[in-house]
Write a protein that binds this ligand. Structure first.
Ligand code: SF4
Length: 660
């Protein structure tokens, strides 16, 4: 095995600059292998009631047809575990060999039955042998050991069955459902998540059972990325085998938000060669998940052929905790300012006021006023197509230097220089200038950048291993303590909206989760010419993806965050419909996090850091939460959204929606 990167005593991937997958042991799951030299496996989970055999089979087939190579089905009790046999038999009868995974929470007896039927069992170490009481208990070393002995006794029968039947296992830690024991000792931290899995892993290794895959999921992308990295390091340090990793972000949500959040977490790890199987969890039908996972994975098929990146010695970034790179305040960039959004409109000639709605700014002609929604960009880049009208106060224009140099109003517009023309220029803006730099130009530009007080860098790369190439450029700045603010610019050749979301979320989100970047710009420069309307649609997408990436990386909250579970056989209401209904009434509440969970068994734990929770607690009944505290129980579902809004109102967080 290649040595993992060792820098400042940190080990978590083979290389920070050269793409290579972490070498893991292969784990056999039916006919599919996870890890080793095998391609990354796509998996997903059914949402139909497990007791509905036909419904489950039909859904499995739709999932397989959409590219799913492994299917997880919930088994909340013995009867569902037993019904897995019927589902499996029917699938095999219809010619589908796709391996099945039983999803277990709280019920070891269901796990022991399922392990004799399906090819893999997923256990959650937070609730396999523990009931959550949200208690903080002071453990002595002896009482902690007694707890571990109790877990061993509860868990050992399953390990023996798996070993005997050749059944694989996922030890799947969830940030939101750590046991009281782990919480008491390690807190709600990446280390707690890792230790939660290691408690179970040690028991497996003692029994010489190694058919194990591990996951560290969270709906918080920073925590999720840190936990997986720390897991790899702890496995290495502890002399464990290099077990394959199952990557996922829990409760990512739906549509654009769900895709972006998944890509920020999963993509960041894939960039560093971590991950052997991927599940994207969206609040949508499960057949929509596999194509997203595949689009994320496919980027790495030929990645090892990327252009060389300078090797990093002494890595200055802390991979297990979030630290923002310190940057000086220039105009409204850097330091404590939120990361800025620069939207590229340079392909549109003579843009009109009306068309600025694509970047979140709305002109009201009857009032001759501007309004802005939550995604009103901070700057527009007009290139050589100067904007022919006055902009609202909240938005500024960036022009190519040659255009700005000739402009009658140089004060309210800002010039963009390239490394080629900055050295010969003699006129600059007194408050704010932009310098576009390639990653490969950074070293040469450092003497110029040092101690500048009115410059912002727009950093881009042509390297196909984009995120690590940009990260290496940041490292060069960090090493010389250059604090110039840096906006990350990415551009893609014509591709689907989904791919733009996933790629930008990976390339920029991967930097933001490590505290790198003072802004984002998705450029149009690599796109072919299109009709004006198509280009405006593209601009609208880039603008909203930019805000989505900043939010998913938890660096700028511009909209309400929905932490909705993907639903499964336990779900007590139509999650998609309910999420849409709640979103319709609350999506103007900037920065508020609302958990929407299908069941009371796992929901409260899984919604982790939500401010309010809407949780199914019975047929047609909803329990409402403020943080982790139950505020109203068994509210009839017809009244539950109104009651939720009432709770938000009483908490002083409600604002009336504005109409634009
Ligand atoms: S929270 Fe949602 S996905 Fe998780 S077990 Fe409950 S219904 Fe299933």
């Amino acid at each position: 095995m290649e040595p993992l990167i060792k820098s400042n005593d940190l080990l978590y991937c083979n290389s920070l600059t050269s793409y290579s997958r972490r070498k893991t042991i292969p784990v056999k799951v039916g006919d599919v292998y996870i890890g080793g030299d095998n391609p990354i496996v796509v998996q997903s989970m059914t949402t139909v009631d497990t007791m509905d055999t036909q419904g489950s089979v039909e859904q499995c087939i739709r999932m397989i047809d959409s590219g799913c190579q492994l299917i997880r089905i919930t088994a909340p009790s013995i009867k569902e575990a037993e019904n897995l046999r019927k589902i499996k038999n029917e699938l095999r009868k219809r010619g589908y060999q796709t391996p099945l995974v039983a999803d277990i929470h709280f019920t070891p007896n269901a796990a022991e039955i399922a392990a004799k039927i399906v090819e893999k069992v997923r256990i959650n170490p937070g609730n396999y042998a523990d009931k959550k009481k949200f208690e903080v208990i002071e453990y002595t070393d002896e009482s902690y050991q007694e707890e571990l002995d109790r877990i061993r006794e509860r868990f050992l029968p399953l390990v023996k069955i798996c070993k005997e039947h050749g059944t694989a296992m996922r030890i799947g830690t969830n940030h939101g459902s750590l046991s009281d024991r782990i919480m008491s000792r390690y807190g709600d931290t990446p280390l707690g998540m890792v230790e939660s899995a290691l408690e179970f892993l040690r028991i497996c290794e003692d029994e010489n059972y190694h058919d194990i895959v591990i996951s560290m999921k969270s709906s918080n992308t920073q925590v999720m990325v840190q936990a997986y990295r720390l897991l790899v390091q702890k496995l290495e340090e502890g002399g464990f085998k290099p077990y394959p990793l199952h990557l996922g972000v829990t409760e990512a949500g739906e549509a654009e938000d769900g895709r972006i959040k998944s890509a920020v977490g999963i993509g960041t790890l894939l960039e560093d060669g971590l991950g052997d199987t991927v599940r994207v969890s969206l609040t949508e039908d499960p057949e929509f998940e596999a194509p997203v996972a595949k689009a994320l994975i496919d980027r790495y098929t030929n990645r090892s052929r990327h252009q060389e990146i300078d090797v990093i010695q002494d890595y200055p970034i802390k991979p297990f905790e979030y630290t923002k790179r310190s940057s000086a305040e220039v105009y409204n960039f850097g330091d404590h300012n939120v990361p800025r959004v620069i939207t590229d409109i340079s392909r549109i000639e003579k843009i009109t006021e009306k068309e600025m709605k694509a970047v979140g700014h709305f002109y009201l002609p009857e009032l001759d006023k501007w309004k802005m929604n939550d995604q009103g960009c901070d700057f527009v880049y007009s290139g050589s197509n100067s904007i022919p009208f006055m902009l609202p106060n909240g938005m500024k224009e960036i022009q190519n230097f040659e255009v700005w140099d000739e402009a009658p109003d140089q004060k309210n517009k800002f010039p963009l220089f390239t490394w080629g023309n900055v050295q010969s220029a003699s006129v600059f803006h007194e408050a704010l200038n932009f310098l576009e730099l390639l990653d490969t130009e950074v070293e040469e530009a450092i003497p110029f950048l040092q101690n500048q007080t009115n410059w912002v860098v727009i950093l881009k790369t042509n390297n196909t291993h984009a995120m690590p190439a940009l990260r290496a450029a940041f490292v060069k700045l960090l090493k010389v303590s250059c604090t110039i603010p840096v906006v990350v610019k990415v551009s893609y050749t014509d591709q689907s909206a989904d791919k733009t979301m996933l790629y930008a979320a990976t390339d920029v989100g991967g930097l933001l989760v490590d505290g790198l970047g003072d802004g984002i710009m998705i450029s149009m420069e690599k796109e072919a010419a299109h009709e004006r309307d198509e280009m405006l649609e593209q601009i609208k997408l880039h603008n909203s993806v930019s805000f989505g990436v900043l939010q998913a990386a938890r660096t700028r909250m511009s909209k309400t965050e929905y932490i909705s579970c993907p639903s499964c056989g336990r779900t007590l209401f139509d999650l998609q419909e309910t999420t849409a209904m709640i979103r319709k009434r609350t999506d103007h509440l900037k920065g508020v996090k609302i958990g929407i969970m299908g069941c009371i068994v796992n929901g409260p734990g899984e919604m982790a850091d939500a401010d309010y929770g809407y949780v199914g607690s019975g047929k047609g009944k909803i329990t409402l939460y403020k943080g982790k505290e139950v505020v109203k129980r068994s509210v009839p579902s017809e009244k539950a959204v109104d009651e939720l809004i009432e709770i938000i109102r009483e908490d002083g967080q409600w604002i009336e929606p504005e109409t634009i």
